[in-house]
Design a protein around this ligand. Structure first.
Ligand SMILES: *[C@@H]1O[C@H](CO)[C@@H](O)[C@H](O)[C@H]1NC(C)=O
Ligand SMILES: *[C@@H]1O[C@H](CO)[C@@H](O)[C@H](O)[C@H]1NC(C)=O
Ligand SMILES: *[C@@H]1O[C@H](CO)[C@@H](O)[C@H](O)[C@H]1NC(C)=O
Ligand SMILES: *[C@@H]1O[C@H](CO)[C@@H](O)[C@H](O)[C@H]1NC(C)=O
Ligand SMILES: *[C@@H]1O[C@H](CO)[C@@H](O)[C@H](O)[C@H]1NC(C)=O
Length: 511
């Protein structure tokens, strides 16, 4: 164990630039490195040298080799080669064991350019390797990465269930990252900044823990693991917290209910704080829906009954209830009842009708009748409803919603010669997010749409060969977040899914 702790501390040092010969990836990812790919786009090679990678898995290397002969276009292959391993190459900041329980694996996965672990990002960063996941008790395996992330997320949720991003575990020896943006935050309930990086309450963060758990169980059937550490207790906390967030703003007699969560930040950005002195806009009780103060973009909601996160929550809570059935029958029943009642709430209160599109799912509602119709690139989004396993992509209401989200009727749909896709207030109008293009292709059965979308992705990286957060629809040089591991992984996942679903499309040329 000592050896492995030393090794992992070594890896953490690499990420943090302690080794002179390992460049900081945040800089490395903004510069081009040889050899360039042989196509028109001459995409940079972006993998760190082997000694500087934060985790190695032979099955990931094998997958890259297999894709070399499957993907014909040299630029498309280069994009896959760079992005698919990016989470392992650059973000497994520390891996070790819990103090006080030497069997309990812990994995600290940073989001990319910020040394903190987001519940949502880390669950999705690992999801990009889900197709390779197999039962394996080795502490050097992909399964171990998943177990370590589930254990660490359990710890985070037990202590600070309303928070979205966390510091490295104390066992790592890594110093807490300073979050300058959070300095003025006034949050109820309070939190410890040595443990929490940021405390924006987002229903999708809790849903991400459920997704991660359900993904691991689906591929390994490792029930024993879920009974061993703090998972059951973390779920109990999660159910308690989300039940509390179904309460409306007003009691029946007109009194104002205390809001279980409040957040205020001193900021010039409207999307970084909550109205009504930190409580957010009023919510009608009794809808079955759970509120969310913030979205997966970490921007505040306009109406707190944010439908995509409710979809994701209902979807994976129901799946985790099946795991829990063998561990705690009463809790499992509570979970499946909650999942069903959230789904009923979505179907009853989370839809609206648009003249040009028919019945659609709403982005946000307040239960009083107000509806915010838009989509945002971050998952969960309306576009991603089938990806989060809420609904079949062929569903009519989903198809209507999809047409809306990818049309000029969506106030955050950006279009232009470089890229067209959904953006959001996080980077503002004019910036389309490649992630939304990836989600559109993951949920599409239309060959032409898929090939056109791949063309957009391969041609809009500014020659760097990585998936950026957002891109100016008129200027590929103007992009945000060169190092965004989640989006990179998702592109890898897209190509692997296409290999199974539509291998002939991977023979397309983008020259
Ligand atoms: C890396 O980039 C950051 C921010 O752009 C900059 O402040 C820093 O000096 C760079 N470090 C190196 C080693 O180039
Ligand atoms: C990954 O493998 C390379 C050799 O191929 C090695 O130098 C490096 O230390 C390994 N990284 C980790 C974190 O084990
Ligand atoms: C388990 O994972 C280890 C480390 O990645 C690997 O060497 C081993 O082959 C795996 N075992 C099985 C049965 O897949
Ligand atoms: C959550 O747990 C606390 C403490 O056990 C309890 O007082 C509260 O009623 C619970 N809330 C819900 C909504 O179950
Ligand atoms: C969606 O529904 C169609 C038509 O009923 C079916 O063929 C397909 O397998 C379903 N897809 C999923 C992912 O369930």
């Amino acid at each position: 164990m000592l050896r492995s702790l030393l090794l992992t501390a070594f890896a953490a040092g690499v990420l943090r630039g302690a080794l002179a010969q390992c460049p900081e990836y945040v800089n490395y990812s903004t510069q081009k490195h040889d050899p360039a790919s042989s196509g028109t786009y001459a995409l940079s090679y972006m993998r760190p040298t082997p000694a500087c990678r934060t985790y190695n898995l032979s099955e990931v290397e094998q997958t890259i080799e297999d894709m070399r002969s499957t993907v014909t276009d040299p630029d498309l292959f280069r994009l896959f080669e760079n992005t698919f391993p990016n989470t392992l190459d650059t973000t497994v900041s520390w891996k070790g064991f819990a103090r006080g329980n030497p069997d309990e694996e812990l994995t600290f996965i940073v989001t990319g350019d910020i040394t903190a672990m987001w519940l949502r990002d880390s669950a999705n960063q690992l999801r990009s390797y889900k197709s390779l996941l197999k039962t394996n008790s080795s502490t050097e395996s992909l399964a171990s990465l998943y177990r370590g992330a589930i254990n660490l997320q359990s710890r985070y949720i037990l202590t600070s269930p309303y928070c979205n991003a966390f510091q490295a575990p104390v066992e790592s020896g890594l110093a807490p990252e300073d979050n300058g943006a959070a300095k003025t935050d006034q949050v109820v309930p309070p939190y410890d900044a040595a443990f929490v990086f940021e405390c924006k309450y987002e229903l999708d963060s809790l849903s991400a823990f459920l997704q991660l758990s359900s993904d691991y169980f689906e591929k390994t059937q490792d029930l024993n693991f879920f009974g061993k550490y703090q998972w059951v207790d973390a779920i109990r906390t999660l159910v308690n917290v989300t039940e509390g967030l179904r309460v409306g703003t007003y009691a029946d007699d007109g009194r104002v209910n205390a809001s279980p969560y409040q957040f205020q930040r001193t900021t010039t950005r409207a999307s970084e704080t909550l109205m009504n002195d930190g409580a957010g806009s009023p919510v009608q009780g009794g809808t079955g829906l759970v509120r969310s103060a913030f979205r997966p973009s970490d921007d505040s909601t306009i109406y707190q009954l944010f439908i995509p996160a409710n979809m994701m929550f209902s979807s994976y809570l129901g799946r985790c209830a099946d795991i829990m059935a063998k561990l705690d029958g009463a809790l499992s029943k509570q979970m499946s009842d909650l999942a069903a009642s959230v789904r009923a709430g979505i179907e009853k209160h989370g839809k609206t009708s648009l003249v040009d599109f028919g019945d659609v799912y709403a982005f946000e509602v307040d239960g009083f009748g107000s509806v915010n119709m838009m989509d945002d690139a971050n998952v969960p989004s309306l576009l991603s409803a089938p990806i989060i396993d809420y609904i079949n992509a062929s569903d009519t209401t989903y198809q209507n919603t999809r047409r809306f989200a990818l049309s000029k009727s969506d106030p955050y749909f950006m279009h232009g010669p470089v890229i067209s896709g959904v953006g959001g207030p996080h980077q503002g109008p004019g910036k389309a997010w490649p992630m939304s293009v990836i989600v559109a292709l993951l949920s599409s059965d239309d060959d032409e749409e898929i090939v056109q979308g791949l063309r957009t992705l391969v041609s809009s990286t500014d020659g760097l060969g990585l998936i950026h957060e957002s891109i100016n629809t008129f200027d590929a040089h103007d992009y945000t977040r060169p190092w965004f591991s989640w989006a990179n992984g998702m592109f890898g996942e897209l190509l692997l899914k296409l290999k199974d679903r539509k291998p002939e499309l991977l023979k397309s040329s983008f020259q």
